[in-house]
Design a protein around this ligand. Structure first.
Ligand SMILES: Cc1cc2nc3c(=O)[nH]c(=O)nc-3n(C[C@H](O)[C@H](O)[C@H](O)COP(=O)(O)O)c2cc1C
Length: 403
């Protein structure tokens, strides 16, 4: 099924309602769509992205309904992730004369994806393509969410083809339409939830890049946002756009933050006791501290706190020569943030070997976090003197957080 979404603009994508997990880690309660668009100009026909390879048969059937592949002149590859580019090879087999439009970083990805020659046009931000009665303007928007990402804007219809930016893993069988204006109030709420979840799982590490893109896109009148997943937003596109701006601003909030997040795992309360004094020291230095016990705190709260913190401090026990699983879990969940260069430090209590602390430090390094000072270690139950030292350690760390 295809749909005309504006004058000479067609949605020719596919729905994947049964998808339950995307990219290994993202649950997709409402499935998803692989959006592809066709614009028919007086001079040229241009295709925007393709679909996931597994759906090629349906995809080409949809596309041919609107335009024979032989009559397509250009394909814009906004991003080479295989959910959008999986059918590209077949497209070029069916019509090798198609010119692939892409960003400069995309070239290498395309070479490795296609392993063949192809007609290529590397665009820069502001370049335009005259389709005859329609003008497509291009924007290079790296890291939303791959280095190759770009977007297109159809000037006459004021449609932003935004790639994964402002996307959502959402589809519904209740309407054949791809437009969000066609959703019932209840379904629209689900769609908004999916839109927000998509940001939090996929786009959130790239807030800095979202702000850069928005600076460019702000010049545009946007009547419709056509992302590469989920519904095309003809209803309130500006509201969704502003929501992104607000979320991306968390990057600036964090840069000015005087906050730290302490996350700890403690079996018999020894690490927890040290934590209290580390916390006191940091607060004495003037740092605002959020504390989370990994055995009870919801992961989302921990991650939300870390997003806005200048520093992350891990308190860890040692169990069977390792840091306990919840510490690994928090670190694994940092994948939804950008913690490169983030200040970090580790403390903990151990019995005889203390690998948990070393391991935690190694994990921080692997996440490209910056360890600010030597770890603070206590063997078994901390003495009063060690607790005083913990406070001092926290105070020193606090000054570094503020510095
Ligand atoms: C099941 C278990 C395994 C442990 N394995 C180690 C270990 O391999 N190396 C070590 O240094 N301490 C080990 N310990 C000792 C704890 O790390 C130590 O008691 C520490 O003080 C506990 O701190 P906590 O109360 O903050 O969890 C182990 C403790 C338990 C209960």
């Amino acid at each position: 099924m295809t749909q005309k979404i504006a004058n000479d603009v067609y949605w020719v994508g596919v729905r994947d309602a049964s998808l339950v997990v995307f990219d290994i880690v993202v649950p997709t309660e409402h499935g998803t769509t692989y959006n592809s668009y066709l614009i028919k100009g007086e001079k040229h026909n241009v295709l925007l992205d393709t679909s996931k390879k597994d759906f090629s048969e349906t995809y080409f059937a949809n596309l041919e309904e609107i335009c024979p592949v032989k009559e397509i002149d250009y394909v814009v590859v906004h991003h080479t992730e295989p959910d959008h580019s999986g059918a590209l090879k077949e497209l070029l087999q069916r019509n090798p004369d198609i010119t692939v439009i892409h960003s400069r970083p995309c070239r290498k990805f395309l070479d490795n994806l296609l392993n063949q020659d192809f007609k290529s046009w590397v665009i820069s931000s502001g370049d335009t393509l005259d389709l005859g009665g329609k003008t497509l303007k291009f924007f290079v928007t790296p890291f939303l969410h791959w280095p190759d990402t770009m977007m297109s804007y159809l000037e006459e219809e004021q449609i932003l083809f935004s790639c994964d930016f402002m996307g959502a893993h959402y589809t519904t069988e209740k309407t054949d339409s791809i437009l969000n204006s066609a959703l019932s109030e209840e379904d629209h709420k689900d769609m908004v939830e999916a839109f927000e979840f998509y940001y939090s799982m996929i786009m959130r590490p790239y807030n800095e890049h979202i702000l850069k893109a928005i600076k460019m896109l702000d010049e545009l009148e946007i009547r419709m946002v056509a992302p590469s997943h989920g519904m095309v937003m003809d209803k309130n596109p500006q509201q969704f756009y502003e929501w992104y701006r607000e979320k991306a601003n968390n990057y600036l909030v964090r840069l000015q933050s005087k906050r730290a997040t302490i996350v700890y795992a403690s079996a018999y309360g020894n690490t927890a006791r040290v934590m209290e004094f580390v916390r006191e020291g940091m607060e004495d230095a003037g740092v605002e501290v959020d504390v989370f016990d990994t055995s009870s705190a919801p992961m989302e709260q921990i991650i939300n706190s870390i997003e806005l913190a200048s520093a992350v401090v891990f308190g860890t026990s040692t169990i069977n020569a390792k840091a306990p699983e919840p510490i690994f879990s928090v670190i694994a969940n940092l994948v939804v943030l950008n913690v490169s260069g983030r200040k970090a430090a580790v403390f903990g209590s151990f019995g005889w070997s203390g690998e948990g602390i070393t391991m935690c430090e190694d994990l921080c390094r692997a996440m490209h976090m910056k360890l600010e000072q030597e770890p603070f270690r206590v063997q078994m139950t901390p003495s009063d003197e060690q607790l005083d030292q913990a406070r001092e350690w926290g105070y020193g760390l606090g000054l570094k957080v503020l510095g």
